[in-house]
Design a binder for this molecule. Structure first.
Ligand SMILES: *[C@@H]1O[C@H](CO)[C@@H](O)[C@H](O)[C@H]1NC(C)=O
Ligand SMILES: *[C@@H]1O[C@H](CO)[C@@H](O)[C@H](O)[C@H]1NC(C)=O
Length: 425
């Protein structure tokens, strides 16, 4: 019964706070994108890295490519601008006007190739990665023949945005993604990607894991009164099974989502369903815990939404590498549950002491935590763009003996990979 007492204390606390707002420390500034006074000192590297200003510590050269690699693709489908993979577009726009941009490639620390490989959507808005390898290959061929910088390092001082499910493995089914592996030509480059899982073929060392794109204005428009009590204990909306792609079950989400449904569909503490209500964002602001289970890939936009809406993310994705994990104290703001422990989710969550929950909520209320999850326009200090720059700055200076090749030295194999990928794009 101890756990129930905890829950009632929490809910009661929520109501008390509505009556006596001064008691409520955990909802300061929902998406206040401007830094107010610091809320709570965060242990570890977090506070410092989030606050770091990367401008002045690196210079980025942006290759100019024919518009068929970027702008034309976007013109064909404006939905790419609001998609969870839109970081590839906004990073480009950000860099064009950023203070870190240099027009002189000779002084650049990093080279960036603006190629929108994830803007090919089905009528339902699902991105098809089938053309991505050819497109990427073609862009690299172009920069390597028109400028001298690729060849001197074979891409080791170049970075690429590859926000697709499994990054530069360019497939949405994990098995196929693993079979493909990272595109051979990108094996020396730094990949900036949403996909992150330890010891996985599709995450190479030195990659920068970013949050998926979530539209800041849209989320802002759904903010509710910050004093609204959190009367939902656990909240989740999304698929439990993917019958179309995984008819037998067990493969999708490695069975973790199915286990949530089978164990808790009738549990009054769990507000879980496949129905996406129009009040989805509001509901997250009324919930204490928001489930963030893996789907096909370990990450999902729920992570970002949970942080923005101050709902403690319950991360169910073994070995996940979280966005900007060196800057954001995920262990402190979230709850991690092993996939195999999903059947005990009720006990796990109800046993968390109220003080721990309140502390997590206070940390989540820190505006810099939210800022780091967003790609706002225009960009703002400490936002996701700046966290990427921090990640790139921390990799400097380049180790010359590792990065630059000796004259005539070749490492990459231009003809490796499936034949279909080698066709011109
Ligand atoms: C870079 O190397 C490729 C392949 O070896 C070659 O075709 C290309 O001309 C080189 N680029 C420059 C600018 O020399
Ligand atoms: C490059 O890859 C192709 C296709 O896998 C292979 O046949 C070839 O031997 C490789 N070349 C080198 C130099 O490793």
């Amino acid at each position: 019964m101890k756990m129930l007492t905890n829950i009632w204390r929490l809910i009661l606390f929520g109501f008390l706070c509505t009556v006596f707002p001064s008691m409520e420390p955990m909802r300061t500034g929902a998406i206040k994108l401007h830094r107010t006074q610091p809320t709570e000192r965060i242990s570890g590297s977090a506070g410092d890295v989030l606050d770091d200003d990367p401008v002045g510590r690196l210079k980025v050269f942006v290759y100019e490519l024919p518009s068929k690699y970027n702008k034309k693709i976007l013109q064909k489908d404006q939905r790419c601008l609001t998609h969870m993979f839109a970081a590839e577009i906004f990073m480009h726009r950000f860099l064009l006007s950023s203070a870190v941009r240099t027009l002189n490639p000779e002084e650049a620390d990093w080279f960036y190739t603006p190629v929108y490989t994830t803007c090919d959507l089905t009528p339902n808005g699902l991105p098809l990665p089938f053309k991505s390898p050819r497109m990427m290959r073609s862009a690299i061929q172009l920069i390597s023949s028109n400028w001298p910088y690729w060849n001197r390092s074979e891409g080791a001082d170049h970075f690429f945005l590859v926000p697709h499910d499994f990054g530069a493995c360019f497939h949405y089914q994990e098995e196929k993604a693993i079979e493909r592996g990272i595109l051979p030509l990108l094996q020396r480059a730094t990949l900036v990607q949403t996909f992150g899982q330890r010891n996985h073929v599709c995450l190479k060392e030195g990659s920068i894991t970013i949050p998926p794109y979530a539209p800041p204005q849209k989320m802002q428009a759904h903010l509710i009164d910050e004093k609204t009590p959190r009367s939902i204990f656990v909240y989740f909306r999304g698929l439990f099974y993917d019958v179309g792609n995984d008819p037998e079950g067990g493969y999708y989400a490695r069975g973790a989502r199915a286990a949530v449904w089978e164990n808790f569909k009738d549990n009054p503490l769990f507000d879980v369903s496949t129905k996406h209500p129009t009040t989805y964002y509001e509901d997250m602001q009324r919930a204490i815990f928001c489930l963030c289970p893996l789907g096909w890939a370990p990450w999902s936009p729920r992570l970002v939404e949970a942080v923005i809406f101050g709902c403690i993310p319950v991360i169910i994705a073994d070995d996940i590498v979280l966005p900007f994990a060196d800057a954001i104290p995920w262990e402190e703001i979230g709850v991690f549950v092993d996939e195999k422990d999903v059947p005990n989710l009720d006990t796990i969550l109800t046993s968390i002491p109220v003080e721990v929950i309140l502390r997590k909520q206070r940390l989540l209320a820190n505006p810099s935590m939210k800022q780091a999850m967003l790609f706002p326009q225009p960009a703002q200090p400490g936002d996701a763009f700046h966290q990427v720059l921090n990640g790139l700055a921390r990799k400097l200076p380049h180790d010359r003996s590792m990065v630059y090749l000796k004259p005539g030295q070749k490492i990459l194999n231009w003809t490796a990979g499936p034949i279909g990928d080698l066709k011109p794009w």
